[in-house]
Design a protein around this ligand. Structure first.
Ligand code: BYC
Length: 314
């Protein structure tokens, strides 16, 4: 049981801006919240390789193929740092992965949409990585040291991802009428799902208050979403792309862009497993895990034998 004195001391450290490190005392609920959120983040990075990986063999040039390969490999790396960071909380990676593949652990709703044309790859870079940067720049200030440091590194790579997506989309939007149409169509399909990535409105977000009190999140879902919309409106305008929201208007009083209603029914249906690609994504991830069982077994056996040899030698 956590005592009141321990909880007060912990809160003092958070309020003073100190980082919490793996061997420090922490409330059990803080540990559980971090495991939930960090492992969801790791699963998202890994499943997030699928929609883009699907286009590597069909990239329009060698240069685009090299860029996309590098980007997808970066996402795998992010997943690995995040699993390692989550393991510092005393939970094994295998358990995290199995909770996700065969249990109830979540991953980001955004990866349950299909990539229909190459313009979707441009838009994922610009919008999805763009949204991820807004979220993860905040998480780089998180109170938990390993999560904060993992996000710092991830953000540097996400910046490159966003730039390459925006550059490709700008080129496409400046191309033939068909290319421009393709670019606009992809933006129309990805805009609302991207806004949903930030999670439910603050009034419907059961975890936010506690995460903010403990400095895990330093901004709310709505604050981050608003910041993302503000910076994206100008970027869209600069390349002649229209954001598909007739209610998007600049509010002189607040200095922010107001936007229309987010289709929350769609969001919850995707989160509950009924999105356009949920089943296919889970099937692909389970297959990869099951096909890789022999690699994990061989690696464990190698480690076991190495340890035995070392014990014998000493
Ligand atoms: N999708 O109380 P709330 C990438 C769930 S990958 C699914 O506001 P919280 C990339 C939420 O989990 C990076 N579920 O939660 C990779 C909770 O359910 P549980 C993706 C969502 O934690 C490849 C319930 O709704 N980024 O960048 O305060 C290619 C209530 O929500 C979602 C991360 O993973 C959602 N969108 O805030 C390209 C960021 N939103 O768990 C790019 C890390 C909410 O209580 N995570 N839910 O059953 C976070 O920042 C926060 O956890 C969230 C949610 C903002 C997502």
């Amino acid at each position: 049981m956590d005592t009141q004195e321990q909880l007060d001391d912990f809160q003092k450290r958070i309020d003073a801006g100190e980082k919490i490190e793996p061997k420090d005392w922490m409330p059990e609920r803080y540990r559980q919240q971090l495991i939930r959120m960090m492992s969801q983040h790791a699963h998202s990075e890994i499943v997030g390789m699928l929609p883009e990986g699907n286009w590597i063999t069909r990239a329009p040039s060698l240069k685009r193929k090299m860029v996309l390969l590098a980007k997808v490999q970066d996402e795998a790396g992010h997943g690995l740092y995040l699993y390692s960071a989550t393991e510092t909380l005393g939970v094994r990676r295998q358990k995290l992965v199995e909770d996700y593949l065969y249990g109830k652990a979540k991953y980001s709703s955004i990866f349950n949409y299909p990539t229909l044309t190459y313009a979707d790859i441009c838009v994922i870079g610009w919008l999805v990585d763009g949204a991820a940067i807004v979220n993860q720049t905040m998480l780089a200030k998180s109170s938990y040291g390993p999560y904060s440091r993992a996000n710092l590194r991830i953000c540097k790579e996400e910046s490159f991802h966003k730039k390459q997506g925006y550059e490709m989309l700008a080129k496409m939007a400046d191309g033939t009428p068909e290319q421009k149409k393709m670019a606009q169509d992809a933006v129309n399909r990805w805009w609302w799902p991207t806004l949903m990535m930030f999670g439910p409105h603050d009034t419907d977000s059961p975890n936010s208050a506690e995460l903010i009190k403990w400095g895990v999140k330093t901004k709310t879902n709505d604050e981050l979403r608003r910041h993302f919309v503000d910076r994206t409106v100008m970027e869209a305008e600069a390349i002649g792309i229209t954001l598909p929201d007739p209610d998007l208007t600049y509010n002189e009083e607040t200095g922010h862009w107001d936007f229309g209603d987010i289709p929350w029914d769609e969001f919850w249906s995707v989160v509950k497993g009924d999105g356009p690609m949920n089943r296919e994504r889970m099937k692909a991830r389970r297959k990869a895990y099951e096909d890789g069982a022999w690699v994990r077994e061989a690696a464990m056996e190698h480690a076991r034998k190495k340890k035995l040899r070392e014990e014998k030698a000493s």
